[in-house]
Design a protein around this ligand. Structure first.
Ligand SMILES: *Cc1c(COP(=O)(O)O)cnc(C)c1O
Length: 404
C-alpha cells in the first residue's frame, strides 16, 4: 500500500497507445508496460507494523506452536466472519486435507472440475476419489442438478467452491447433502469476506476452508484455516493440526503438522487491518475495467452482486466465440504487453494428471466446465493495474475490431 500511495501511476503506467495491429507487442512493438502486471500480486499492508510484530516474535522466542500471534489471528478471523472457531494452518491445502479427514470423508466426494487443483488433490492425496460435477456456465459454480447426477452408493460428501468469491448454491447443496446423508463442506479460498444471502461465508456446511496464500485477497504469505461452528469438529482439527498432541507428552489422536508459524500470523494480522483498503482498490479497479470494457462486443466482464459483499479479487473476462481474436490470442497479446493474464482454471482438473487417466471421458458430462475453460481470462487486479486499465481495454477493443 505504501509504495502504491507514493507512485499513484506506479510501474503500471502505460508506455504507448494501441491504435493498430502494428502497435501490438505480439507483432514486434515494445510492450505497453515496462514491468509485468501480475494477476494475484500480493496485497501488503503496513510494512512497519509487520516489522514491529516480527521483532516482538524474535524477542519472545515464540516462533510457532500456537503462539500468541496465531491465537490473535484466529480470534480476529473468527470475529470478522462471525464464526465460532478458526483453526489456522500452514496453508489452505493442508487445511482442506485436515477438514476432509476430520469429517471422515471416504470413497467418492463430489467436487467441481472448475477449481484450483488443490480441491481435488486434497481428496486424492488421502485415497478418496474426487468425482467431478459440472458447473453452471453463468455462475461458474457447481450446478446442483449435476451434483445430483454424480451421487453413487460410494459418495460420502460434497465440496462446494465459492469460485471468484461468488457464493456457491449453498442452500441447494445443503438440501442435496441432507437428502442423501452426505457431508457438505466448502473451499472458500476465494471468498474471504464475501457473503451468501446476508450471512458471511465461513458459516456454511460442516466447515469452510480459507487460504491466505500470497495471491489471495488476504494473505499471510502462506497460510490457511478451517472455520466452523461445530465445537467437536474444531477440537478434532486442532488435534490433527498438531500431531494429535493434547498437552506436552500426551498424544490422543492421529495427526500431522499443519501449524501456522507466528510470522505468518503477524503478516495476516497486519493485512487484515488493511483489508478494507485492499478491497476498495480492487473494487475501484473492477469498476474502471467495467467502464473501459463497455461496448466491446464479444468481451464480457464477470459480474459481482454487491449484496454478496464481493472482494473483487478476480477480474474475469469471457471471450465469446464470435470475438475477432480467440481467447488464447487475447491472452497471448496481453502477455506480450506485460499484462500477465491467466487462464485459471484451464483446462479443468479433469484434464490434469492423474484425473484425466482416472476419468478419460469426464469431458462428456462437463459441458459447462469446457465452455468456461475455453472462454475466460483473468486480468490483473489489486495494486497491479492502477494506471493501465484503459490501455488494457484499448488493446482488447483493437483485437475485437481487427484480430491479432
Ligand atoms: C489457493 C487455493 C487453494 C489452496 O490454498 P493454498 O493456501 O495455496 O494451499 C485451494 N482452493 C482454491 C480454490 C484456491 O484458490
Amino acid at each position: 500500500m505504501q509504495k502504491a500511495a507514493s507512485h499513484p501511476e506506479g510501474p503500471s503506467a502505460a508506455r504507448k497507445i494501441i491504435r493498430s495491429r502494428a502497435d501490438l507487442a505480439i507483432n514486434g512493438a515494445p510492450p505497453a508496460f515496462a514491468e509485468p502486471l501480475h494477476v494475484g500480486r500480493p496485497n501488503i499492508g503496513d510494512h512497519n507494523a509487520f516489522l514491529q510484530r516480527v521483532n516482538r516474535i524474535l524477542d519472545s522466542h515464540r516462533l510457532t506452536n500456537n503462539g500468541p500471534m496465531v491465537q490473535e489471528f484466529e480470534r480476529r478471523i473468527a470475529a470478522h466472519l462471525g464464526v465460532k472457531h478458526c483453526i489456522a494452518m500452514c496453508n489452505g491445502t493442508i487445511a482442506l486435507e485436515i477438514a476432509i479427514r476430520a469429517l471422515k470423508l471416504e470413497g467418492e466426494v463430489i467436487v467441481p472440475s472448475w477449481t484450483f487443483i488443490a480441491t481435488a488433490h486434497a481428496l486424492y492425496w488421502q485415497g478418496i476419489t474426487p468425482v467431478f460435477a459440472d458447473i453452471d456456465p453463468v455462475t461458474h459454480n457447481l450446478d446442483p442438478d449435476a451434483v445430483r447426477r454424480m451421487i453413487t452408493p460410494r459418495t460420502t460428501g460434497i465440496i462446494g467452491v465459492h469460485l471468484w468469491g461468488r457464493p456457491a448454491p449453498v442452500d441447494e447443496l445443503q438440501a442435496i447433502a441432507d437428502e442423501h446423508g452426505l457431508k457438505l463442506m466448502f473451499d472458500a479460498a476465494h471468498a474471504f469476506g464475501c457473503s451468501y444471502r446476508g450471512r458471511t461465508i465461513g458459516n456454511f456446511g460442516a466447515c469452510e476452508v480459507l487460504s491466505f496464500h500470497a495471491t489471495k485477497v488476504l494473505n499471510s504469505m502462506e497460510g490457511g484455516a478451517v472455520v466452523t461452528n461445530d465445537d467437536e469438529l474444531a477440537e478434532t482439527m486442532r488435534l490433527m493440526r498438531n500431531f494429535g498432541f493434547s498437552g506436552y507428552d500426551n498424544v490422543i489422536h492421529p495427526g500431522t503438522n499443519g501449524k501456522m508459524p507466528e510470522v505468518n500470523a503477524a503478516m495476516g494480522l497486519v493485512n487484515l487491518d488493511a483489508l478494507p483498503q485492499f478491497i476498495a482498490v480492487n473494487r475501484q479497479n473492477y469498476h474502471a475495467y467495467v467502464e473501459a470494457f463497455a461496448g466491446i462486443d464479444g468481451l464480457t466482464l464477470l459480474e459481482y452482486d454487491e449484496a454478496s459483499t464481493p472482494n473483487y479479487q478476480y477480474v474475469v473476462i469471457e471471450v465469446s466465440p464470435d470475438f475477432q481474436a480467440t481467447r488464447d490470442e487475447v491472452v497471448a497479446a496481453l502477455q506480450a504487453e506485460n499484462v500477465l493474464a491467466r487462464k485459471y482454471f484451464w483446462p479443468g482438473c479433469h484434464r490434469m494428471r492423474p484425473y484425466r487417466e482416472l476419468f478419460p471421458h469426464a469431458g462428456l458430462i462437463l459441458p459447462g466446465t469446457l465452455e468456461v475453460a475455453s472462454r475466460i481470462a483473468v486480468l490483473p487486479n489489486g495494486g497491479a493495474p492502477a494506471g493501465g486499465i484503459k490501455t488494457i481495454a484499448g488493446l482488447a477493443r483493437m483485437l475485437g475490431e481487427s484480430g491479432v
